[in-house]
Design a protein around this ligand. Structure first.
Ligand code: PLP
Length: 343
């Protein structure tokens, strides 16, 4: 057997011919400089990754204007969200959030015996901040996803800041910014971390940096929270890979890649939304790299699968909504052509 999965192997197994618009990956990534940093790595792979983990924490700290004690790394942000599920269980056991959203944190909390309190999104598919504020009267943590997955809806930084500051200062606020780079520069709430010791921000290299397969995410919070979280993990950083750590550090320097991806994504997304709407599908106002739209009551996921196009239609609102990731232009043209045939 080949030591790696060749393009031919992937083609034979449909991994190349199937159009994958179901996991909010960035089809343009990773940036070439990141791939080069892996190809030309000449460090010592027989050693464990500790030094590289410390180095990435330092790089992230300087990137965000924080101290490195305020950063915790994870092999993807999903594992950090799971950890937060256990942390919330210890702290408040209750978690207020809106649905549909990315469910790993509430699901983990539920399995740990806690109480996820799911509230509906607003009519325009946004997190219902007013309802969350009201829910905050019952002590519990709050989970926010901005931009939200699957709807792509978004609150500008100033509005989100006002909301976070209006919440009881004892309430833990967990803000998932997996897609924040798609919303433009300067939209993160990272600048609030030093003033708000109850805020935790979760980020990932899986989305705009196009590094989903490399598994690298991180969270930022007060040094006190990071210490408590590390108490829950026997050996922090031990699940990380040197090559992924090096790649992530390199990705932080790819600001032009981020900008180009953002612009291309926005252009392809707008033409996709236009095509969907002309076929009678109603779309959410997304700023991310996916679109949420009503299925007109059909199981589009199954129908499109027959044409070799995969979209996400989990169980959003009893299958009345689906989510399609914005792929490359040609992929979206094929997606639209298939929908036209089904219309
Ligand atoms: N947060 C949100 C909102 C997501 O949509 C995802 C993945 O789809 C993640 C976190 C987790 O991504 P990863 O584990 O690849 O960092």
């Amino acid at each position: 057997l080949s030591p790696y999965l060749s393009k031919e192997f992937l083609r034979q197994n449909d991994a190349e011919t199937v159009i994958k618009l179901n996991a909010n990956e960035n089809p343009y990534g990773p940036p070439k400089s990141v791939l080069d940093s892996i190809r030309h790595f000449d460090g010592e792979l027989f050693r464990y990754q500790g030094i590289y983990a410390n180095n990435l924490r330092e790089q992230l700290a300087s990137f965000h204007g924080l101290e490195s004690q305020m950063i915790m790394l994870g092999a993807g942000s999903s594992v950090l969200l799971q950890l937060l599920g256990h942390y919330v269980q210890q702290k408040s056991a209750t978690l207020h959030y809106c649905s549909p959203t990315f469910n790993i944190l509430p699901d983990t909390l539920k399995k740990a015996g806690g109480k996820p309190n799911s509230l509906p999104l607003t009519k325009d598919y946004k997190f219902d901040l007013a309802a969350l504020k009201e829910a905050d009267e019952t002590p519990g943590a709050i989970y926010l996803v901005n931009p939200n997955n699957p709807t792509g809806t978004f609150y500008e930084r100033t509005e989100m800041e006002l909301f976070c500051k209006s919440i009881n200062s004892k309430t833990l606020i967990i803000l998932d910014e997996a897609y924040i780079e798609y919303a433009g520069d300067g939209q993160s709430l990272v600048g609030l971390l030093k003033q708000m010791p109850n805020l935790i921000i979760v980020r990932t290299f899986s989305k705009i940096y196009g590094m989903a397969g490399l598994r690298m995410g991180y969270l930022m919070a007060s040094a006190a929270i990071i210490r408590q979280l590390q108490q829950l993990v026997p050996w922090p950083n031990h699940d990380l890979s040197t090559l992924s750590l090096v790649a992530a550090g390199n990705a932080l320097q790819s600001s032009s890649f981020v900008q180009t991806t953002r612009t291309t994504n926005a252009r392809v997304m707008q033409s996709t939304i236009k095509a969907l709407e002309s076929l009678g599908y109603r779309c959410s106002p997304s700023v991310a790299n996916f679109v949420y739209f009503n299925t007109k009551g059909r199981n589009l996921r199954a129908a499109l699968e027959g044409y070799g196009v995969q979209i996400g239609q989990l169980d959003y609102e009893n299958q009345t909504y689906a989510r399609v990731t914005v792929g490359k232009e040609q992929e979206m043209e094929r997606f639209v052509q298939c929908l036209q045939k089904l219309n």
